[in-house]
Design a protein around this ligand. Structure first.
Ligand code: CUA
Length: 327
């Protein structure tokens, strides 16, 4: 049934668990509306034949529908629309909430290609390799204009914005290769901005990642004090430590220790969660969401940090997630 409908509607293969869920809602909507419009069409044709003009004196009788009939005509479609909204909203919310144990992969769009980078591992690839049956979170950004990462087989699409990180996630179900497109018009070669996702089975993926990381991984385990050596160097080079500390002591700006996913109160009194989106926004536009109690001394890093450096600083802040802080 699923397969028949998928082919009838010319849908791409279903290679993530979202794909199946989203398609089921799609079928539900399509089948219900097709049945309803067929019934309406048949009734209209039948009425045309049944009530056609036979004599010149024919007059359409005045009919008043009973209240229950009106309620039925309004209530039934409304109930369907509300149900679809409920299901669709649930799926939308699920897409925005990656599981905590998801594998993070950084994605950068630029005119006109996609680059994928693995924390502490390989980067600069145009093929996105992911394991099957494990949640993968994509953190997207762009180096120039707005792009949109679209993986039809996973039924996910997410904009990549310059100077900002957005996220989406998926759990691939079937090993194989599937196309990636750009779904936001971004210049003359927009239609050629393609890449590929290769879903490997779990063991294959682990072997591939280990081989790519090579000695690099062993090295970073030795640096016991610091789980993100590249991130540390880049953060230091950018001058962040002039105001931010990494050991939790208060200074001119909030400490990086325990900052990731912390609830911060802003100068205006509102609260935010210090996730990737917030942290990147604050690097690019520090004045917009300033933490209460700190002066605005930070300059904007827009254009000064490239996406790889931004990602490295994010990784560094995340590596300090469990370090206690004094305030
Ligand atoms: Cu990138 Cu269209």
């Amino acid at each position: 049934m699923n397969e028949t409908l998928r082919q009838m509607l010319f849908l791409p293969p279903q290679a993530s668990d979202f794909a199946t869920e989203i398609d089921h809602l799609h079928y539900f909507v399509i089948v219900t509306t097709m049945i309803a419009s067929t019934l309406l069409g048949v009734t209209a044709v039948w009425f045309m034949a049944r009530y056609r003009v036979r004599h010149l004196e024919d007059r359409t009788p005045h009919i008043e529908a009973p209240l229950w009939l009106e309620a039925l005509f309004i209530g039934v479609p409304l109930a369907f629309f509300l149900l679809w909204f409920r299901i669709g909203f649930g799926q939308y919310a699920g897409l925005g909430a990656p599981p905590r144990d998801a594998i993070d992969i950084y994605v950068m769009g630029k005119q006109w290609m996609w680059k994928f980078a693995y924390p502490g591992g390989p980067s600069g690839l145009t093929v996105l390799r992911v394991p099957a049956d494990r949640p993968v979170r994509l953190l997207l950004t762009s180096r120039d204009v707005i792009h949109s990462l679209f993986i039809p087989a996973f039924r996910i699409k997410q904009d990549a914005l310059p100077g900002r990180y957005t996220q989406t996630w998926f759990r691939a179900t079937r090993p194989g290769r599937y196309p990636i497109f750009c779904a936001e018009y971004c210049g003359t070669e927009h239609s050629l901005m393609r890449a590929e996702v290769e879903v490997l089975d779990g063991a294959q993926y682990d072997r591939w990642l280990a081989a790519e990381q090579g000695g690099h991984l062993a090295q970073r385990d030795i640096a016991a004090n610091d789980r993100s050596p590249d991130g540390f160097q880049i953060t230091a080079a950018a001058g962040c430590f002039k105001c931010h500390t990494s050991d939790g002591t208060p200074h001119l700006a909030p400490s990086f220790a325990g900052l990731y996913l912390k609830r911060e109160t802003l100068a205006g009194g509102t609260q935010v969660i210090a996730d990737e989106g917030y942290l990147t926004e604050s690097m690019m536009e520090p004045e917009v969401k300033r933490v209460a109690g700190y002066p605005l001394t930070m300059p904007s890093y827009r254009g000064k940090l490239d996406p790889a450096q931004t990602a490295a600083i994010l990784e560094y802040i995340r590596s300090l997630k469990d370090v206690p802080r004094e305030r």
